[in-house]
Write a protein that binds this ligand. Structure first.
Ligand code: SF4
Length: 619
């Protein structure tokens, strides 16, 4: 749309800024553009919950276009959870609607003196009073705003957890879609910004409509032929849980267990046993996969209606806590969605507390009689309700495991599994070694969606055309020495795709070139694979530079020993494995031309990438 909004909540002022073609071309959009803008507009060392921390909500060039799954928007800023660079993305309809309302993104600074929401509509924006919404959960907020403004509005909002500045709170859209990671619910809460509401009917300009139509047709046909796409369509991400527990990819019992041995009933929270509660499927904007679903548990203690839990939610509230009661997880998903809590972090915090309880580090006296025993579904539900309200022991857990361990003390730090403060995703580097590198070295620590380690399992032609065929695969996945270039290429390609506003799930089942072809047709830029890769590398560098300028060196924040097999497991599919993090990190740093000790991007590479203003801040 070529326009950004800047909102100063302290001054209650709103300004428009044209989005220069050069910046768009160099950073695409989404979190790439967000990192570039915030790096330029924000000084280092600001309080993550203070007025100077800028919050960005951005779309990509493909959001709101007929490109397949151009559904995404991204929330960016300095993370309240890790105090590093943070970004988190979300599907649904909000990103497209923000474009129809006339803008590519909105940045917020300052702190409002009372709760407000921003209404963006057909090229205009205004701040409105949100006192009547403060305290309401995300479903109630959605209902009330739609009752006031009409059903067509799309909403990104926070729930009570964000209002109470929980560091593991998130930004919610459509009652069940989350920009979950990095604690951005707390950043919105600190600004007294309850919601951003978009409505519009402006047309997203497309450089070559005929080509875009042809591309959509061609790639819809590819998706139709893909068996894996059909599986995703049928189940969503819950299709993979049983299999991943069997190979020990899913973390079990707060990262200490062995899948098939310690959680043999995983199938109770996977596949058919989840979707039997699905009452309706749904899709994000113009996505043929439609992996989302509305769920209903009609009777019993966990009666609830809400969205289908993703794999990550089933793993964090299931395998991590040894809870095989699927109805309780549907309920927990809904509780978290309403409160605006990230399910990965919330489930991980409960698993950590359960281990502390089982080991006697905390007692009924701490938990007000709630028996946090492994597998106690009832106790998990009660404790999550308390987390959302910051009540009793829930308050101890409401800021994630690192802060909770600091509050509990008594040696509990030993069981607090996190990456520089963020709970890692629900995949295990002992199974995917490359994941250890992105858990530690990605600018937003602990993220499972970055890094591209999982590309190993993709068909050879697919990997070759992306240039990532060297990612170690199958039985050789532990031969990872010297594979830094392949991991770099995968990570940079993902930065490009994420920043384009496209969901990567359909991309898994299409020609890799589809993504830059879609971006080219929308923008008219004629991007090919090598330019996409270079844009991704530029994005990786500006995110990394943000962290270095903050004084954060990821190499000083080793991830929890359990995650990498220290000590190695004695039984099961990943027994005896310790990931050699030194090799992984050093190979990746060399490929990126980042300093092997400080992680600083080289001056030469920064200049080659056009980041000419950055070296003076780092060197
Ligand atoms: S694949 Fe699923 S998450 Fe991605 S855009 Fe489609 S419906 Fe949304």
């Amino acid at each position: 749309m070529g326009r950004l909004l800047w909102v100063d909540l302290s001054e209650r002022s709103i300004q428009e800024e044209p989005l220069e073609e050069e910046v768009r071309r160099n950073f695409t959009g989404g979190y790439g553009l967000g990192a570039r803008m915030i790096y330029s507009h924000q000084k280092a060392g600001v309080d993550p919950l203070g007025p100077e921390n800028i919050l960005g909500i951005l779309t990509g060039p493909c959001s709101g276009t007929p490109a397949i799954a151009g559904s995404r928007f991204m929330v960016v800023g300095k993370s309240p959870l890790t105090a590093t660079w943070g970004d988190s993305d979300c599907g649904g309809y909000f990103g497209p609607e923000l474009k129809f309302a006339g803008f590519d993104g909105v940045f917020f600074s300052g702190i409002s003196d009372r709760p407000v929401y921003l209404l963006v509509e057909n090229g205009k924006a205004e701040l409105r009073d949100a006192s009547h919404l403060w305290g309401k959960d995300t479903t109630e907020t959605d209902e009330r705003l739609k009752a006031d403004l009409g059903k067509k509005v799309q909403i990104a909002c926070i729930g009570p957890a964000g209002e109470r500045l929980s560091l593991v709170s998130c930004v919610m859209h459509d009652r069940g879609r989350a920009a979950g990671r990095s604690g951005f619910g707390a950043l919105m809460g600190s600004k007294k910004l309850k919601a951003v509401v978009a409505r519009g009917d402006m047309k997203v300009p497309i450089a070559d409509e005929a080509r875009l139509r042809d591309l959509r047709k061609r790639y819809l046909a590819q998706l139709k032929e893909s068996e894996r796409a059909k599986l995703r369509q049928q189940y969503g991400t819950c299709a993979w849980l049983t299999g991943l527990v069997e190979v020990n990819d899913t973390p079990i019992r707060n990262w200490s267990g062995v899948g098939p041995i310690d959680f043999p009933t995983a199938e109770r929270i996977s596949d058919e046993n989840v979707i039997k509660y699905e009452v309706k499927k749904y899709a994000c904007y113009r996505c043929p996969i439609a992996c989302g679903g509305h769920m209903k548990v009609t009777t019993g203690p966990y009666a609830a209606a809400g969205h289908k839990p993703e794999y990550e939610t089933l793993a964090s509230f299931g395998a991590m806590t040894l809870n095989d009661n699927v109805e309780s997880i549907i309920k927990l998903n809904d509780l978290c969605n309403r409160a605006g809590l990230d399910t990965i972090s919330a489930g991980s915090a409960i698993a950590f507390a359960m281990e502390c309880y089982e080991k006697g580090l905390i007692t009924d006296g701490d938990t007000e009689g709630i028996e946090l025993r492994w597998g106690n579904a009832e106790a998990i539900v009660v404790m999550v309700e308390k987390m959302a309200k910051r009540e009793g022991f829930g308050d101890v857990l409401a800021d994630g495991v690192k802060v909770a361990a600091g509050r509990i003390g008594r040696g509990s730090e030993e069981f607090a599994v996190h990456c520089a403060g963020q709970e890692p995703g629900m995949h295990d580097p002992k199974y995917w070694p490359g994941l250890g590198m992105s858990y530690q070295l990605d600018a937003t620590p602990g993220r499972h969606g970055q890094g591209g380690h999982w590309m190993e399992g993709f068909p050879d032609w697919w990997k070759r055309s992306l240039g990532v065929e060297d990612i170690p695969a199958g039985p050789n996945r532990h031969d990872y020495a010297g594979k830094g270039e392949a991991f770099k290429r995968a990570a940079c390609m993902l930065h490009f795709i994420h920043s384009s506003g496209l969901c990567r799930f359909p991309w898994y089942h299409m020609d890799p070139a589809s993504m830059w072809e879609f971006v080219s047709a929308v923008t008219g830029w004629r991007i090919e694979g090598e330019e996409a890769y270079r844009i991704g590398e530029r994005i990786a560098n500006i995110r990394q530079a943000f962290n270095i300028r903050e004084g954060f060196n990821a190499l000083e924040h080793a991830i929890h020993p359990r995650v990498v097999g220290l000590p190695p497991l004695r039984e099961g599919p990943t027994s005896g494995i310790t990931v050699d993090m030194d090799i992984l990190l050093q190979d990746f740093l060399k490929a990126m031309e980042w300093d092997l000790v400080t992680g600083r991007p080289s001056r030469k590479r920064l200049i080659e990438l056009g980041l000419k203003d950055v070296p003076k801040d780092l060197w």
